[in-house]
Ligand binder design. Structure first.
Ligand SMILES: Nc1ncnc2c1ncn2[C@@H]1O[C@H](COP(=O)(O)OP(=O)(O)O)[C@@H](O)[C@H]1O
Ligand SMILES: [Mg+2]
Length: 279
């Protein structure tokens, strides 16, 4: 890393993980600098969530060296809200402060995701996109040095996802945590990340030979990032190539690799998506 760049807040060396005799991760090395957004791409089942769990310190059985900050938050594909607690209480849950301060901080975080008006609502009354914004508020209220996102938009419809991309970009710019964004959506990686890392797919049935990092690509597309930018299209092609998919391959979706430009081709490109703060 060049002098003057932020030092790594995440440092991973030679991480391995087996389930029974089957290797899933086979020697992963990765650094993430403060404020850097790294997208982790790979096919379904290649070990992305397994790796995220290692960084979240949720998996004591991995081997290798893992240095992560103490303050970290995780957002999963499902919002995982407690249905018997009002929205603001879900956000404040586990905060190390008194109730009054907790509520104040929760409301501030809800304002950031555009949901302060729903602070007293029950989670069951929220839409999928709203519930995921609450999950995001719950992650950010902790002011994490590392934010771990496991397919956080995977369950949302295409339009909501576009809005969430804009909101996420805005929030990450403001909070500047180190980010690992697990996704199998190549466009999402290019829209949001500074760097994309691609995991290979382990051979089915093999007892050795888990996933490894097969590509690490700096995402050098001008901001605000637009799908119609030729640099965007070139990166998409390159990343899909590493995933073993042609850009306009009909099998892409069947194999679990989503090329969201294909899915949302009837929707106008989100002009200035990254610059817009409207959730
Ligand atoms: N707790 C577990 N026990 C056994 N196998 C697991 C466990 N968790 C994940 N795996 C296996 O490890 C592989 C990688 O899973 P995962 O990390 O969830 O993939 P991804 O997130 O890339 O879709 C899969 O084959 C999965 O079945
Ligand atoms: Mg997963």
């Amino acid at each position: 890393m060049a002098l003057g760049e932020n030092k790594a807040v995440v440092s991973v060396r030679n991480v391995r993980r087996k389930f029974a005799e089957r290797a899933v991760l086979d020697g992963i090395d990765l650094d993430i600098a403060q404020g850097e957004i790294v997208a982790l791409l790979g096919r379904s089942g290649c070990g992305k969530s397994t790796f995220l769990r290692v960084l979240a310190s949720l998996d004591p059985l991995s081997t290798g060296e893992v240095r992560v900050p103490a303050k970290k938050s995780v957002v999963f594909q499902e919002p995982r809200l407690l249905p018997w607690k009002r929205v603001w209480r879900n956000v404040a849950l586990g905060l190390d402060c008194n109730a009054e301060e907790g509520k104040r901080r929760a409301i501030t975080a809800l304002e950031e995701v555009g949901l302060a008006a729903r602070a007293e609502a029950w989670p069951g009354t929220l839409s999928g996109g709203e519930a995921q914004r609450v999950a995001l508020a719950r992650a950010l209220v902790r002011e994490p040095a590392l934010l771990l996102l496991d397919e956080p938009f995977g369950a949302l419809d295409a339009l909501t996802r576009i809005k969430m991309h804009a909101l996420m970009a805005e929030l990450l710019k403001r909070h500047r945590p180190a980010v690992l964004l697990v996704t199998h959506d190549v466009d999402e990686a290019i829209l949001l990340a500074d760097r994309a890392v691609v995991l290979s797919m382990p051979e089915p049935g093999l007892t050795t030979g888990g996933s490894q990092i097969v590509a690490e690509i700096k995402i050098d597309v001008a901001l605000p990032r637009r799908r119609r930018d030729p640099a965007f299209a070139a990166l998409r092609r390159e990343l899909l190539g590493y995933l073993g998919v042609d850009d306009d391959d009909e099998d892409a979706r069947a194999s679990g690799i989503r090329n969201s430009s294909a899915r949302t081709s009837s929707i106008p490109a989100p002009t200035g998506a990254l610059a817009s703060a409207t959730p």
